[in-house]
Write a protein that binds this ligand. Structure first.
Ligand code: 8U8
Length: 642
């Protein structure tokens, strides 16, 4: 059995000079972990059944989003390669991005004069990077223009003198209104009305969170709200504005915004009520705990503001815990991918079905730039001497988003969970293509994902041991389908399959990656095609997952994708690597609306085409560290049938 050690944990077990207090603390921790994991080594046997004969319920991807901060990172090349990766997730599996502080990119001269001029060019440059990849913002109206020239009356914020209105003063509220109107009109002129109708505008992030986000109190926030909402609507009444994206469950700010939206005196129109097109909250927890928090927030709305209860309800920072930058051992592992699937499945089963919530978007804030242990989709490697050059390795959480992207169509009920809070969940979907998709996730609850930050490495080790001792096996029985010559495909992501982090550890945790290692780790991280278009006899499909994992089973009619036109390469972008070489990212689209595995072929300097992927590619993109000395490369992408 492979045991993947967290490198920062290994050395800490032997300490000769423990103080008495530390000893006491360790004994306490030991007792705590024994109490927390009384059933170590649990092995579940589960028989799941799905009947596809009924109509099912429509399922569209309501989790196709991510977030990061600050927005100015869009101008960095490592974020741009990250965006290439997001755009390569099939079926627009990530379409929306929610960056903070976008307005810090705006510049203004003479903000207090009669006719202030705003310069949006840097903001446009940043948004262009998203829009050209078909990514759309959840546009938080957040941040403050930087003052050019004389900055009299400005406020020092985020490294510059900025125009920060006092939202208690009517003249400044009006000025902010006019600024937001100029902003949205400018966006409309640049990107078009049709495009903006697909965006979302949101208030400033977590106004009940730290002062860093909002420090003017609730009455001023409500004035900001009116000015922002009315300005957006004045450009087009169907542009969407919502919030409040509160950090704390049922906070005063959350309640005040709801009350103001329904009953408040509007600071701009003088009428009753304010704009609120969707309600957003931030509840970060393990899936079943997260559901309880969202249920509490939603029930508050239904009870106190029934008029708002039909609005789309979002959790747009639906992470396992807060603290994106703090190291957590489970982030490079399949548990985080399983968490995503569990989160989607529990939202459907326990909130959307039971509470009849009009659910908006479930957004994980997981697109930060950082390492294996931080809240990132890709682990970043770079040389200290040249931080603008980098290599990126997709983590299981990235491929989790990719596997989830296929889950659209009609969903069918699953029977056979051992309890309502089952550690193994299944999404059963019939796609419009006719494929049946079974997305199975095993994400055992190992305790609080923050415990490593609170209690240190021993707790993390205990959690990891517990997780790895949990296995589940069983089968999925299907009825009510009508295939004539079915085949099935099995894609795995777990401790053995798609574990680039594990391979990186076996290689001795190199801080810098040479080209060969980079290529090897890119390949090791890909989910594994355990079976591909294998005849299916209709019998229950067996599964087995040790530790955390995600398994995607796809059942389809044999040869169904064979006649579809070939995939089309959309873009090849070159980025420098830390060792002075080049990597190309090849991105394509595929007219076949199916779960497909690809091969990528390259011709170097006009030579014969050779296959450059060691293993089948399951996304619509491929990073290729180019061999040294090669000047031009042409690419071709093919669907793999066998
Ligand atoms: C300390 C803290 C507690 C909490 O409940 O929520 C927080 C949210 C806390 C600190 C920061 C905070 O900011 C949001 O969450 C961040 C995070 O790292 O979890 C980021 O994901 C977000 O950008 C930020 O909105």
């Amino acid at each position: 059995m492979k045991f993947f050690r967290f490198p920062r944990l290994g050395t800490l077990s032997v300490h000769f000079f423990l103080t008495f207090r530390m000893m006491k603390y360790r004994v306490y921790l030991l007792i705590l972990s024994l109490l927390a994991f009384p059933f170590s080594g649990k092995s579940d046997e589960v028989v799941l059944t799905v009947d596809f004969s009924g109509e099912g319920k429509p399922l569209t991807n309501f989790w196709r989003a991510s977030g990061f901060t600050p927005g100015v990172q869009l101008l960095r090349e490592d974020m741009q390669l990250t965006l290439d990766y997001l755009a390569a997730i099939p079926h627009e599996g990530i379409r929306y991005l929610r960056p903070h502080w976008l307005l810090n990119m705006v510049r203004v001269e003479d903000p207090y004069g009669d006719d202030p001029e705003y310069d949006f060019s840097v903001l446009y440059q940043a948004l262009d990077e998203m829009v050209k990849r078909d990514l759309k913002p959840v546009f938080e109206v957040m941040g403050y223009p930087r003052i050019l020239g004389e900055a009299e009356g400005g406020t020092h914020r985020q490294g510059a003198m900025r125009w920060v209105p006092d939202f208690k003063k009517p003249a400044e509220i009006q000025r902010w209104h006019d600024f937001v109107r100029a902003l949205v009109s400018g966006l409309e002129a640049r990107y078009g009305r049709e495009e903006l109708l697909t965006w979302y505008f949101e208030c400033t992030n977590e106004p009940d969170g730290s002062d860093h986000f909002w420090d003017q109190g609730i009455p001023a926030l409500l004035n900001y709200w009116d000015a922002t909402g009315e300005a957006i609507k004045s450009v087009h009444p169907e542009y969407v504005f919502g919030g409040p994206g509160n950090a704390h469950l049922l906070s005063e700010t959350f309640k005040a915004v709801l009350d103001h939206a329904e009953n408040g005196a509007n600071a701009i129109t003088g009428e009753r009520g304010s704009v609120l097109d969707f309600i957003s909250v931030h509840h970060k927890a393990r899936p079943y705990q997260m559901i309880r928090m969202e249920r509490q927030s939603f029930r508050y709305v239904r009870e106190h503001h029934p008029a708002l209860a039909e609005l789309p309800f979002w959790n747009n920072e639906a992470d396992p815990t807060w603290g994106w930058g703090e190291a957590m051992w489970w982030r490079p592992n399949a548990w985080y991918a399983a968490f995503l699937v569990q989160s989607v499945e529990t939202h459907l089963r326990l909130l959307i079905d039971r509470e009849e919530i009009n659910y908006g978007y479930l957004v994980n804030d997981h697109n930060f730039l950082g390492d294996w242990y931080q809240r990132t989709l890709l682990a970043r490697f770079s040389a200290e001497a040249n931080p603008s050059r980098f290599q990126l390795l997709p983590k299981p959480v990235y491929y989790g988003m990719a596997l989830l992207s296929f889950a659209e169509g009609t969903r069918h009920a699953v029977e056979g969970y051992s309890s309502e809070e089952s550690p193994v969940v299944l999404l059963a979907v019939r796609r419009d293509s006719g494929e049946i998709l079974l997305l199975l996730a095993h994400g055992p609850d190992f305790g609080d994902p923050r415990d490593q930050v609170r209690h240190g490495p021993e707790t993390a080790e205990a959690q990891q041991r517990f997780l790895e001792s949990q296995t589940v096996s069983g089968s999925i029985a299907l009825t009510g389908h009508s295939f004539t010559d079915p085949v099935y495909t099995h894609i795995r992501l777990d401790q053995e399959a798609g574990n680039a982090y594990g391979r990186w550890q076996e290689l001795g945790t190199p801080a810098a990656l040479d080209h060969k290692t980079y290529r090897e780790l890119l390949s090791a991280g890909q989910p594994v095609l355990a079976r591909h278009n294998t005849a299916w006899d209709g019998n229950p499909i067996p599964f087995s997952i040790r530790g955390a994992g995600v398994s995607l089973f796809v059942i389809s009619e044999r040869g169904a994708a064979e006649d579809a036109p070939a995939p089309v390469i959309r873009k090849v972008t070159s980025y420098a690597t830390p060792d002075g070489k080049w990597q190309d990212f090849i991105r394509w689209t595929d007219p076949a609306d199916r779960v497909v595995a690809y091969d990528v072929w390259a011709s170097h300097d006009g030579g014969a085409y050779e296959k450059i992927n060691a293993r089948p590619v399951l996304i619509q993109g491929f990073a290729y560290p180019r061999p040294e000395g090669v000047e031009t490369v042409s690419y071709r992408v093919e669907r793999r049938m066998e």
